[in-house]
Design a protein around this ligand. Sequence first.
Ligand code: SAM
Ligand code: SF4
Ligand code: SF4
Length: 337
Amino acid sequence: MNSKNSVVDFYNRPLHDLRISVIDQCNFRCSYCMPEDVYAHRTFLTKDQLLSFGEIETIVNSFAILGVKKLRLTGGEPLLRKNLPDLIRKISPISGIEDIALTTNGIILPKYAKSLKEAGLKRVNISLDALDDEIFGKMNGRNVKVQDVLKGIYAAKDADLEIKINMVVQKGVNDHQIMPMVQFFKDNDMNLRFIEFMDVGNSNGWNMDQVVTKKEIYQMIQETFQLEPVSRQYYGEVAKRYKHIDSKAEIGFISSVSEAFCSTCTRARLSADGKVYTCLFADKGYDLLHLVREGTSQELLTHYIKQVWNKRVDRYSEERTNLTAQKEKIEMYYIGG
Ligand code: SAM
Ligand code: SF4
Ligand code: SF4
């Protein structure tokens, strides 16, 4: 840590990353995130309830003062937020911000990839859970075809954005797609990450039995492919990474269920309506939107966020059981993945 304002929480974890949800709406209805039967008639935030780009800039300024270096734009589907490249242009010059990334389902990327890159975006994570149209169509809840996401992936590649593919694995739903996905993205020299199905929110009917663990996925892959471990790049890196010995492509694992990484979790989350959350599984956020709209000074805003982080004691994944999964939690589409 080098900033004199850097802050650590109760367990001495620094604040390095901020995930910003720019919108709570989505054009998919993934079964593990916004299941159609639960979200068919849900109302979403109005324009006035959303943080404006200027307000996000003010909040990012405070986080940067406290040591945040990395930003990730997410949602809902972040590309549904109008003029997203304008936001990137506003926040990329902020002193201390070294990296801006985006997580998207990819289908609107062909329209925006170039302008996002020109605005200062460096990296994009694109979610794709299967290569089989029937399985993928069911999982995304809208019958979106694999080809439509692949078009987004190729558009990101053409725009020279760094790409990672995210696959959430659910037992009995798409686990037999693991091997085709590994082969396809190895052939295309792209990095693929497996995300363990998590008990985010209270709508996705999560149960430990539906989780395919990192260990199980790794064993399955290494029966066919030769992998070598890649060392950790920075403190708090979440993915455990491996490289194909005969390709540039990497395989990563986000093992938040089977091998929790709370002890080095440096991430805060900002919801689209301006609440800051100190854990993905939190039930309570701290309202920054009102502070910003009341004209609170940058110094006081920074001080408020510092206090929030100082008293942070979250370590949900380390304590997870089928029982804790029942507790009231914020939904993933709202808090941002
Ligand atoms: N809509 C964008 C997308 O899907 O990439 C961004 C938001 S989404 C909430 C962010 C990431 O969270 C996606 O990669 C998605 O697959 C993942 N995700 C959502 N629900 C999840 C769950 N229950 N378990 C694990 N990952 C989940
Ligand atoms: Fe939408 Fe992403 Fe959630 Fe799927 S995972 S419903 S694409 S926000
Ligand atoms: Fe961080 Fe909370 Fe996830 Fe633990 S459960 S890694 S504290 S977000």
